[in-house]
Design a protein around this ligand. Sequence first.
Ligand SMILES: [Zn+2]
Length: 437
Amino acid sequence: MNRTMLVLSALGILSAGTVGGVLPTTAYAATSSQSTTAVKYPGHLIEMGSRGTYVKEVQQQLNKLGYSCGTADGIFGSHTLSAVKAFQKAHHLTVDGIVGPQTWNALFGSTGASTTPNTIVNPYQTYTYNKMVQDIQSLTRKYPDLVHSEIVGRTVYGRDIYAVSIGKGKPTAFINGAHHAREWITTILNMYMIDQYAQAYEKGQSIGGYNVRNVLNNATIWFIPMVNPDGVTLEQSGLSAFPRSSWANLKRWNGGSSNFKRWKANAQGIDPNLQYDGGWADIRNNIVNHPWYEDYKGPAPYYINEVKAVLKLINQINPQDEVAYHSSGDVIYWGYKLTRTQESTDKWYATKVRSLTGYFIEPIGASDGGGLTDWWTHNIGRPGLTVEVGTYEGDQPVPVSQFSTIWSQNKAVGLFMAQQAINLYKQHPNSVVHVNY
Ligand SMILES: [Zn+2]
């Protein structure tokens, strides 16, 4: 086991029984270039009851420093608790017996100016709805003047749909992820983008040539990182995360299988990205005309709560432009049924995002209709793109091992969209989108 594998093992990524055959090549810690801690904080608390490699590292270090834990067995028990508390007391830290970022850095010695690891969102894990909610709360607490969140809807199974904003300007870009359940790596991308932009804003840094503070003082980026939390939860956790009364239907809509890894729809068996009224009536209903794990457009446009939540936010924030993140294939969709005047603007957006990401631009209008970007560009007439991240994985989720590549390709996309929102807003300051749904 090399160091990378140790980290991944401690994160539970390499453990036996992990779904999806995920074999990341990049450790989470390796992406935190700002942190210079000798041994990187794992990104989660180590506390009473924790087990694994990181617990063992903490125990070995405490023993080495003279705070006896007994045998370093990788199990956080009462001896380790006492040792952590004694160490915290001696180092004037909060004496709670929990190894968080500050205690970790005190233990292992930060050599840089920053004494706390700054990154909240750990992309190298099965990124659940609950994890996202936790991270949204952490981000809004850490950046109270910059990052805000609100609930814009609720699924039929009672999961709140969150929107998150970063920035202070009126011109607005709108970015979203996980319309499709199995595409939750796009939730990670949305969340990591918020986290990294907030850090760069605080430090006055640039990303991809954009001065983040300049852009976000003059614009706001709104995100819905997980449009379809029911679907994502079903994809990741299966039937056990749903009431027993729903199991028969969900399994039937999955072709009789209890393996939901290919699931794309929401938990009503409706595809959220076939729900927008941009060519909705023309979508081939002959393929699937009943609830199914993918491709069912539903009984009417705007039928499901997930899509109503997106439209509610759009009415509220009046975005100048939009990117819908999907996976996979490293391609950009654009130009569904555009007029000639729109075509030049949207093609220019696609070309710019291609230059940032290196992704392939699909021919104009290659989408089937019914998608958010289809409707947004065709009906609303403002620029938008559908960006499919990750090398092609067919009907399976993109493994999180691809995330460092995906991030390097997409890190400037949000700033580009925000900068363009500023430019467009100057041209049409009084133009307002209002959707009836
Ligand atoms: Zn998709």
